[in-house]
Design a protein. Structure first.
Length: 543
């Protein structure tokens, strides 16, 4: 169905290429869509320019140019400035839970006891039009405390009196929303997600003593942060809400952004409430940006933990930078999902979670992420032991931190190796995740971990890098495209055996394996796997 909508009184004309689902029609209103169209009209040209700049920067990296701290912004790094203080309901963020905008998951997350719930419209959401629009309905209801659900068994879910503070992560600058067009071009997915959320909820949140709070993903430099700040300023003026009402935490999940953390905070200083160590996407970014350099081939992703030198340096710099500027330094994700059947799995995993969170709290992080309500208690307990009654530890200035260029781009991984098991895990998990994503589920439980697009990105980028450079397995075999394809065939058959022919036939496992070949074994490296995957999302699957 093609549904046309035209702007009134000189506003920007737009059109929808697909009907709005019935459940979402009350929130995907003409007025909200007109606001998104206005954002697109004002800011999309700059977005496109910045994306073109990313391509130029990659060309320079491939030619041997190395990232470094910017001479042109030394005055920002050396300056004596801080960001605006956080609002009251974002002072204490010792445990944040994240997940997609599925109604049941949102209720459980908001009720989990975590200080903050980050509702994710990005890596853990498969962006079908139904998911995108119904997510906005669920956010609308959550803000008004009307989020309820009765499942197929008759079990009822509703919000507690006290719930987590809501933050929302829109999709990244590189993505578009193909179901909404302005002048024949799809709108920015970032502007769609942000604009809809803000238009529907900002005034209600402010009236209730909170505010419109966001996480910003995939930024690569301070110019991209400046664009977000310009969007914030315009949006606040347009909707008539006070300047500084919008607050944002930026995920430092690209290696280039790690050189511009001061600058990113500075650009957003009226709206900033911190930075987050987005660890899995950061590893993906390091592989991607240096993919053409034979001296930067990474070992199995399981060997790249947070204590390896370049990851340790990046998180230390993040904490020191944030605290110098009066901003929160948020830790990374623990994606473990407790097993209901095997306590041995839980014992080992909880020990690793505890070790990870203790390291973060002692290093100076002000809070951390978990993916499952059962982890909220552990994470909170650990940060309680360090913070006590304080809401955060911004006063821990970490003046001892000294991180230079080489610390961030020297990718030595002690005792790291490339093994057959590591290759097979990448193939297996990528196929399973992509099959889930293609069927509309972007948060997939795989081997007791809640996986999102970042895991698939690491997996396929490693496969690309290993085959492109003819890397060797620990047993001496060369990793070729043919070897990876043979592993993919075998892992696909293993999945069929595990799930059964009926489930296999109903899934999109075969198409997922074909997509993996496209994004992992192509001659030219696709920048994001979600770009070609998005083109398949609404297609009819024929296996």
């Amino acid at each position: 169905m093609l549904s046309f909508h035209r702007g009134k009184d000189g506003s920007v004309a737009y059109e929808l290429t697909t009907a709005i689902p019935t459940e979402a029609q009350s929130v995907i209103s003409d007025a909200a869509l007109a606001f998104v169209a206005e954002l697109h009209n004002r800011f999309d040209a700059t977005r496109r320019t910045l994306l073109a700049d990313r391509i130029e920067r990659q060309t320079a990296l491939d030619a041997g140019d190395m990232p470094d701290f910017l001479d042109a912004t030394a005055h920002v790094r050396d300056g004596d400035w801080t960001v605006s203080p956080p609002p009251g309901d974002l002072e204490d963020r010792r445990c944040e839970i994240t997940g997609p905008c599925d109604r049941k998951m949102m209720i459980n997350a908001l009720n989990s006891g975590a200080r903050v719930f980050m509702a994710d419209l990005e890596d853990s959401m498969s962006p079908t039009w139904e998911n995108v629009t119904i997510a906005q309905r669920n956010l609308f209801d959550a803000v008004r405390r009307d989020l309820e659900l009765t499942d197929h068994r008759g079990k009822q879910y509703s919000l507690n009196d006290n719930v987590a503070t809501l933050m929302v992560r829109p999709r990244g600058w590189h993505l578009t929303e193909k179901h909404m067009m302005v002048d024949g071009e799809p709108v920015s997915a970032s502007l769609f997600d942000f604009g809809m959320t803000l238009f529907n909820n900002a005034k209600r949140l402010l009236a209730d003593g909170s505010g419109p709070y966001f996480y910003l993903p995939k930024l690569e430099n301070h110019w991209e942060a400046r664009l977000w700040n310009d969007v914030f300023v315009f949006a606040q003026d347009h909707l008539g809400i006070p300047h500084g009402s919008i607050k944002a935490t930026v995920l430092i999940e690209t290696i280039l952004a790690s050189f511009e953390m001061d600058e990113i905070l500075y650009e957003l200083r009226e709206h900033s409430v911190g930075l987050n160590a987005g660890r899995w996407d950061y590893i993906f970014s390091a592989i991607k940006k240096f993919r053409n350099r034979p001296d930067s081939v990474f070992p199995d992703r399981g060997d790249i933990g947070m204590t390896v030198p370049f990851m340790h340096a990046y998180t230390e710099l993040l904490i020191a930078t944030c605290h110098k500027r009066g901003a929160h330094a948020m830790g990374g994700m623990s994606a473990f999902i407790p097993s209901r059947r095997d306590e041995r799995i839980n014992t080992r995993a909880f020990a690793k979670v505890r070790e990870d969170k203790e390291r973060e709290a002692k290093a100076g992080h002000d809070g951390t992420w978990v993916a499952h309500p059962d982890l909220v208690g552990i994470a909170t307990e650990i940060f309680d032991s360090v913070l006590g009654s304080k809401p955060n530890q911004i006063d821990n200035q970490r003046n001892d931190v000294r991180v230079n260029q080489q610390d961030l781009i020297t990718f030595d991984v002690p005792r790291g190796a490339i093994t057959e098991r590591g290759v097979r895990i990448n193939v297996d998990v990528a196929i399973r995740y992509l099959a889930s994503w293609l069927t509309g589920n972007g948060a997939a439980a795989i081997y007791n971990l809640m996986e999102d697009a970042a895991t698939a990105e690491i997996s396929r980028s490693q496969l690309w890098q290993w085959t492109a450079h003819g890397a060797s397995l620990a047993d001496g075999r060369t990793i070729t495209r043919d070897l990876v394809r043979s592993f993919a065939d075998e892992e696909l058959e293993n999945i069929r055996t595990e799930v059964g022919d009926d489930v296999f036939a109903q899934g999109r496992f075969v198409q997922a394996a074909q997509l993996l070949n496209t994004v992992a074994l192509a001659t030219d490296f696709p920048e994001f796997l979600t770009l070609p995957a998005y083109e398949l999302l609404d297609s009819e699957y024929v296996h």
